[in-house]
Write a protein that binds this ligand. Structure first.
Ligand code: PHE
Ligand code: ZN
Ligand code: ZN
Ligand code: ZN
Length: 298
């Protein structure tokens, strides 16, 4: 049996924003969801704020995990742009590049989204911090699978933020106009999202590469259901080529992130310049997707 509790106020305290979290009765919750909830409520207190929902029913092994989900109050609820980043890390390390970078950029954008005002938020934007990505995309999979079909159909697309500041990184836009290696065909519309990222970076004269659209992050469960997806990533355990070193700087023959899934994935492990321009790119694409009436999924 699950019990409903309010997580974003101190236990027992009532706050200005309504919402509940369904907490599993037995298992401990992993991850800083309380702190994130507090930050979100600060953003939600402002005009055109966010509505917070937390689902904590992704159980794995002896622990459970939480998805933190916040919707804009404005925007067409029948046309939802889901922007997601995984909040967990591997037990081996603190996970600052993977995925503190994506989670922090998403929180920063969530805090600013109200600035789009009345006309800028045509579509509803849903911010999602996924749990248990490292355990096999469990939080995002749970979310997509447990949504009633009618709710799932309201999701126009997913933008994923995972590893945005690899220290020896590249700027790799998800290759949404190509089928995946894993067998899931790229949903129509993924190429349009790819183009939005490419056009933005081109306008800033910033080089881009392509990242294989293989579903190896939380957009995977979305494309499996045919929901178009996109994003940008800076590379994990892969090794930088000479051509990439020419284009992006950094060192050829070395991993994009030598501290990938390791103890040394600390604050010093982030390429702040790369993170900054990628944050701009994601913010731009999300703003465009929030404003546009043109459907990317036809
Ligand atoms: N999802 C992988 C991880 O968290 C890495 C990854 C990031 C893969 C971005 C593809 C795109 O370890
Ligand atoms: Zn990881
Ligand atoms: Zn990751
Ligand atoms: Zn492409």
């Amino acid at each position: 049996g699950a019990s409903a509790v309010v997580i974003y106020n101190k236990p027992g305290e009532k706050g200005p924003v309504s919402g509940t979290v369904t907490k599993p009765s037995r298992l401990p919750i992993v991850g800083p969801t309380y702190e994130l909830g507090v930050d979100l409520v600060k953003a939600a207190k402002k005009k055109d704020g966010l509505r917070l929902r937390v689902k904590t029913d992704t159980v794995h092994g002896t622990t459970s995990s939480a998805n933190v989900v916040a919707d804009t109050e404005r925007g067409d609820p029948g046309n939802v742009v889901v922007a997601g980043a995984h909040l967990d890390s591997v037990p081996a390390g603190p996970g600052i590049n993977d995925n503190g970078t994506g989670a922090a950029v998403l929180l920063a954008i969530a805090g600013k989204i109200r600035e789009l005002g009345k006309t800028g938020l045509r579509n509803r934007v849903r911010f999602a911090w996924w749990g248990a990505e490292e355990e096999g995309l469990r939080g995002s999979t749970h979310y997509v699978k447990s949504l009633p079909a009618a709710e799932r159909e309201k999701i126009a697309l997913n933008v994923n933020l995972d590893m945005l500041g690899s220290p020896n990184g590249i700027r790799a836009v998800y290759d949404g106009d190509n089928s995946t290696g894993g067998g899931t065909p790229a949903p129509a519309g993924s190429g349009a999202i790819e183009k939005m990222f490419r056009d933005y970076f081109k306008g800033r004269r910033l080089p881009v590469a392509e990242s294989e659209f293989n579903g190896r992050s939380d957009y995977g469960p979305f494309i499996e259901k045919g929901i178009p997806s996109g994003g940008v990533a800076t590379g994990a355990e892969g090794v930088k080529t000479a051509a990439e070193a020419k284009l992006f700087g950094g060192r050829a023959g070395k991993a994009y992130d030598p501290c990938y899934h390791a103890k040394c994935d600390r604050v010093q492990n982030v390429n702040l310049k790369l993170l900054d321009s990628n944050a701009d790119g994601v913010a731009h694409v999300l703003q465009h997707l929030a404003e546009t009436t043109v459907a990317v999924n036809g």
